[in-house]
Ligand binder design. Structure first.
Ligand code: NAD
Length: 362
């Protein structure tokens, strides 16, 4: 396997691997390990070329530094990508080569699942390295992170509702949930159980049928979700859905959901703020999964009770962010970045490392 290092400003290490026998072409980006080893998922995607893959992995790795810093996981930020078609190019050989690539970094980078990669492929990686998390519970790992992400979203929702409506009760409000996947589905069900009014949408008709059978849940066609006269809009499907076209349509006072990178551009965060809509930064409210996975790195191994206790802190993390946002008169996203940067700066000062100060690209 040929491994070459690329020098990228503000990143600790970026390495590209090409392995002829297996066909592996992959990149690992370690953005920052001030707070601990860099943990972030492995994505497999049909990138047009190495440059496109590099842009993606750099953006994602930096985002992981901020996410883990805000969630206090004791981890740094990193990410990995495999250039290839997730539907046709998955072989054991290729993923075992990826495992050796991860191993070559000696634990500075720890991998996990992301788009295009499932637990089965992580098991192949596991045969070559122990620096892999999020495997099945059977193998002593922390399992599927989604229920933990959903739990964190529910906890974060309480902080949002307190901030926007001055009450910690979730049941009195009307929620619009976009996407009934592993996380959004759990959230919609949880809200229904509390007695809330929930409007949902999904591209999957079977899911709509399943969820509208629950008390208080009704559905609307895909595009109408933005126009629902609700109190809280919850993006739980795709990224980049909050933009100049959708934000003016929102009736909600709060936007809080699990989807990654909900804002299309950083100006969309300002737009929400100017409209008086409280936005829960996605990388804070959706951190339940990473918090759960981070528990695997503890010296005593994974402990679900500790994971759940730390996920509860998403509530406090958002309270601090909203307070900072009010005090500094900045958007909650900028406030969250400031909280993360402060933690990184303090840790660097403790470790005697130089201080870098740059926010992640949205
Ligand atoms: P999932 O694939 O289980 O669910 C996505 C759901 O969205 C599916 O039901 C799909 O049919 C639906 N959907 C797709 N396009 C849609 C559209 N245009 N309109 C409405 N619905 C649509 O995914 P998930 O694991 O629930 O994750 C959802 C989002 O949360 C993703 O952005 C993911 O990156 C993010 N996230 C997930 C986790 C986790 O632990 N699963 C953690 C952090 C962030």
């Amino acid at each position: 396997m040929q491994i070459r290092e690329i020098s990228v400003e503000d990143y600790e290490k970026v390495v590209v691997a090409e392995d002829k026998p297996s066909g592996l072409h992959a990149i690992i980006a370690i953005h920052d390990t001030t707070l601990g080893p860099a943990l972030g998922g492995l994505r497999m995607w049909n990138y047009a070329d190495e440059e496109e893959a590099l842009n993606d992995v750099l953006r994602l790795a930096k985002g992981m530094t901020y996410k883990s810093a805000c969630a206090n996981t004791g981890l740094g930020g990193g990410k990995a990508v495999i250039i290839g078609d997730p539907n046709n190019d998955k072989t054991e050989e290729r993923f075992r080569a990826m495992g050796r690539f991860v191993e070559s970094l000696g634990g500075k980078y720890i991998t996990a699942e992301d788009v295009g990669v499932r637990i089965e492929e992580l098991e192949w990686i596991r045969s070559e390295t122990r620096y892999v998390t999020g495997l099945s519970r059977k193998s002593g790992s922390s399992g599927n992170p989604s229920p933990f992400t959903a739990r964190g979203v529910m906890r974060g929702l309480r902080a949002c509702v307190e901030e926007a409506f001055g009450t910690s009760r979730l049941d009195n409000f009307h929620y619009a949930v976009q996407g009934l996947g592993q996380v959004g589905g759990d959230v919609a069900r949880g809200l229904s159980m509390l007695g809330a009014w929930v409007t949902v949408t999904d591209i999957d008709e079977n899911k709509l049928e399943e969820y509208t059978a629950l008390p208080g849940i009704e559905s609307v066609p895909l595009d109408e979700i933005y126009d629902v006269d609700c109190d809280v809009f919850m993006p739980c499907a795709l990224g980049g859905i909050l933009d100049g076209e959708t934000i003016p349509r929102l009736k909600a006072k709060v936007v809080a959901g699990c989807a990654n990178n909900q804002l299309l551009g950083s100006e969309d965060g300002d737009h929400l703020h100017k409209r008086g809509i409280l936005y829960a930064p996605d990388f804070v409210i959706n951190a339940g999964g990473i918090i759960n996975v981070s528990m695997e790195i503890r010296p005593n191994g994974y402990d679900e009770r500790l994971a759940v206790a730390q996920i509860e802190n998403i509530y406090t993390a958002l309270k601090v962010i909203f307070e900072t946002s009010r005090r500094d008169e900045v958007t909650p996203t900028i406030a969250a970045e400031r909280v993360a940067e402060k933690r990184l700066r303090e840790a660097r000062e403790r470790n005697g490392k130089p201080v870098a100060d740059s926010a992640p690209t949205p």
